[in-house]
Ligand binder design. Structure first.
Ligand code: BTN
Length: 264
């Protein structure tokens, strides 16, 4: 069943999201959002598609986006904050989805920096990208993919992926879920705009699965770093305490929780 945009708008209650550009099929909502002209790309515009033929995840991974089975959308934002605060938008995206899913009575955890997991399987991912001119941000694009009504997944991802439908064992109406996510996002974004970063981080830490756990981070140079998660900074960095007691901060990286953390 196709999305009913009228229902999404009727159920939404915020002043941020001003319009929805809806497609039946598109390469990637993030790609389109980044390629719009400056005039077309208003803050609060939502790009939404039933299907993506070239959906992308972090590290240029493929994002499985089959027709009408999920919510694949991108939010255009133009915050007047320093570029160093941009990673917080990814955290806000994940928080907004986490709260909406919680309303469906599904308990999920956040995995830094951009995943929502249910029993260690991926339900949602967030990919934030930006267009920067000189040192000024022209627009930020927060892309969100949620597995909603898939009954099964292709072999290559079936061990790692899960959908709301598989969890609940029934069809999930996507419209109200999306309205709720957009309202939640608008709420967290107002905290961001008013620089209440600590409130955002406090929420994140409560919902994340890896606080005080020993993890491995693959950093941007593909180096593996081993340490205990001690905090998240107000810029969204993961703060690790290494075995030698040194504290290190990461703004990006691929994280896995170590099953055997006896060495620490
Ligand atoms: C990840 O977990 O690696 C991030 C996945 C992000 C997927 C969404 S779907 C909508 C938007 N368009 C894309 O091409 N990617 C994001």
């Amino acid at each position: 069943m196709k999305l009913d945009i009228k229902v999404i708008k009727e159920n939404m209650n915020n002043n941020l999201f001003c319009g929805i550009k809806y497609f039946d099929t598109i390469t990637s909502t993030n790609e389109l959002a980044l390629n719009l002209t400056r005039d077309e790309s208003k803050e609060g515009l939502v790009i939404l598609s039933e299907e993506q033929t070239r959906g992308r995840g972090r590290l240029n991974r493929n994002w499985y986006s089959k027709k009408e089975e999920g919510l694949w959308f991108s939010l255009i934002l133009k915050p007047e904050k320093k570029i160093e605060r941009l990673p917080l938008l990814t955290l806000i995206g994940a928080l907004a989805v986490h709260s909406a899913i919680n309303k469906l009575d599904i308990k999920t955890v956040l995995k830094w920096p951009n995943d929502i997991l249910y029993k260690n399987k991926k339900l949602c991912g967030v990919l934030s990208q930006s267009k920067i001119k000189g040192s000024k941000l022209e627009r930020a694009v927060v892309g969100i993919g949620i597995n909603v009504n898939q009954k099964k997944f292709p072999d290559d991802i079936k061990k790692q992926a899960i959908s709301l439908r598989i969890i609940k064992n029934h069809f999930i109406q996507r419209e109200k879920l999306l309205s709720n996510i957009l309202d939640n996002f608008a709420f967290y974004y107002s905290l961001y705009r008013t620089e209440k970063y600590n409130k955002i981080i406090k929420q994140w830490k409560e919902k994340m699965s890896m606080m005080d756990k020993v993890i491995t981070v693959k950093n941007i140079n593909n180096k593996l770093v081993y340490g205990k998660v001690v905090d998240i900074s107000n810029k969204g960095e993961l703060i690790l305490k290494k075995q030698d007691g040194k504290i290190e901060k990461y703004i990006a990286g691929d994280v896995s929780i170590n099953k055997n953390s006896l060495r620490f």
